[in-house]
Design a protein. Structure first.
Length: 252
């Protein structure tokens, strides 16, 4: 009897979590009917769990028809998680694997308005190498590590002009370049910010499925051949996916 009660309690927790995880970026509010399309529950079970979640602050409801939204308890958990997790610490295993596999400088960037900022870097041990350093800040429109972020922001050409202010960027041509980056999944640059340097970068995403920054590999053009760039691009996409999952990106 006790074991049956414990199993039923676990099932109830599983079902309640299914309801919370049914909410997606952009959902202003969901009715019970809309939730029933996303979770495999009977209507009575759904309403019972909705009442429990609302009582504990995980959901709030309003309107007619009644719509449910995530509540303050979810915000508190999000705050606890973000305050106890440093993005550089979370990304370190991915950076380490990239560094060991390539021998080149690898870096982690976060998006900050119209800029991206380097928050972690593992420098290449090779005599001929390139590095920017933690704290390096540059406009998103300049360089591969920024361009791969912009490519996933669904900007219009008018939006792009704001990011390109005080640069010589041709926004019309740049929009075509962003489409090429989306097609490949990663961005590259050659001799763009540093003569002789090649950069390859891929975007990573947060729990709201929004682009949050990029992972980047820097190396000299004598080593970063076209084939090696493709190899680095594939590795970056793999590690960016790992990092995105760690940050809570919804999975398809």
């Amino acid at each position: 009897m006790d074991n049956d009660k414990r199993q039923e309690g676990v099932r109830a927790v599983d079902r309640a979590l299914d309801i919370l995880l049914a909410f997606r970026p952009g959902d202003d509010g969901l009715t019970a009917a809309e939730l029933l399309k996303r979770v495999d529950l009977s209507r009575p079970t759904l309403y019972r769990l909705l009442a429990t979640l609302e009582h504990n602050g995980f959901l709030v409801s309003s309107g007619d028809p009644q719509q449910f939204r995530l509540g303050s308890a979810v915000a508190r958990l999000a705050h606890v998680w973000t305050s106890s997790h440093n993005i550089a610490d979370i990304a370190y295993p991915s950076l380490q694997r990239l560094w060991e596999a390539t021998g080149e400088t690898v870096a982690l960037f976060v998006r900050e308005g119209i800029y991206r900022v380097c928050v972690s870097e593992l420098a290449s041990a090779q005599p001929l190498s390139f590095r920017r350093g933690v704290g390096y800040r540059e406009k998103l429109v300049l360089g591969a590590s920024g361009r791969t972020i912009l490519a996933r922001m669904n900007l219009t050409e008018k939006d792009l002009r704001t990011y390109a202010t005080d640069t010589k960027v041709d926004t019309h041509a740049y929009m075509a370049e962003l489409e090429r980056v989306r097609k490949h999944g990663y961005a590259t640059s050659r001799h763009e910010l540093i003569e002789g340097a090649v950069a390859v970068a891929a975007p990573y995403f947060n729990g709201a499925d929004e682009v949050a920054g990029s992972l980047c590999i820097f190396g000299p053009s004598v080593r970063m051949t076209a084939d090696r760039v493709k190899t680095c691009g594939a590795m970056l996409l793999e590690e960016a996916a790992v990092l995105s999952r760690a940050l809570g990106q919804p999975q398809p």
